[in-house]
Write a new protein. Structure first.
Length: 249
């Protein structure tokens, strides 16, 4: 069921009845994950609908459901998610800022095709930022604090074993955010997470290779924690650099 796109209206209000003064801008939209997760309709604010659509589109991009080079229109995607076209356009505009798609006038949005060189450049920048930070943290953070991050590393291994690219991408970013958060620098977190996300889409590897890459990538998380706990700076440096340059995540 699509929501009435006109601001300030709720689908359950009478057609001729305006919203009550001071009433919040609430829309009745289905959860954008729709039938895939078996969730029914629920009341959400407009910004929540936009956020749900954005996350659903990110998942579709990482999972390969949205194909690099293809053009998708906002109305078509809105029908797919069961929402109005406005939150889809807003979400796609955000993805354009992030570099995942590009605007095609009068047609929609084309999924960006990453080249190997672009991915290598992103990996290089991430290494330049994160390697010095992790080496500094390895010298100062106690072993017990690193041990607390093991469940996050295990979550990446679980997703990798299933070959679940979308959930792996989420777990991978969560692990790296948790590590970098120990530096106490919010600007660092924002920049690093943006670079990380950009390196994750669109999917360009062959499905047969992808599973092995994910499993190996996840194993490096556990190895990195072991090196951090041991304060083995040489291994930390090597692992972090190889983690960025040797994987697609």
């Amino acid at each position: 069921m699509s929501a009435d796109p006109r601001p300030g209206r709720h689908p359950e209000q009478g057609r001729g009845t305006p919203p009550a003064p001071g009433a919040p801008d609430v829309h009745r939209e289905p959860d954008v994950h729709g039938e895939s997760v078996g969730l029914g309709p629920r009341t959400v604010r407009r910004h929540s609908v936009r956020g749900q659509v954005l996350e659903a589109l990110r998942t579709a991009l990482v999972g390969g459901e949205l194909v690099p080079g293809e053009v998708y229109s906002a109305p078509a995607l809105a029908d797919r998610f069961g929402v109005s076209a406005t939150p889809v356009r807003e979400a796609m505009q955000r993805l354009a800022v992030e570099g995942a798609v590009e605007v095609v006038p009068n047609r929609g949005f084309r999924v960006t095709e990453r080249t190997p060189r672009e991915l290598a450049e992103l990996a290089e920048i991430r290494a330049l930022i994160e390697v010095p930070v992790m080496l500094r943290l390895a010298r100062t953070v106690p072993a017990a604090r690193w041990a607390e991050l093991r469940p996050l590393a295990e979550a990446t291994a679980t997703a990798a074993a299933r070959g679940d690219r979308a959930h792996y991408a989420e777990a991978d970013r969560a692990f790296h955010r948790a590590v970098l958060s120990l530096a106490g620098n919010q600007q660092l977190l924002a920049v690093a997470d943006d670079l990380h996300r950009r390196s994750q889409w669109p999917l360009i590897s062959a499905p047969a290779l992808r599973h092995g890459v994910l499993v190996a990538d996840a194993a490096e998380h556990t190895a990195l924690l072991d090196a951090l706990i041991a304060q083995d700076l040489t291994v930390v440096r090597v692992l972090v650099r190889e983690h960025f340059t040797g994987s697609e995540c």
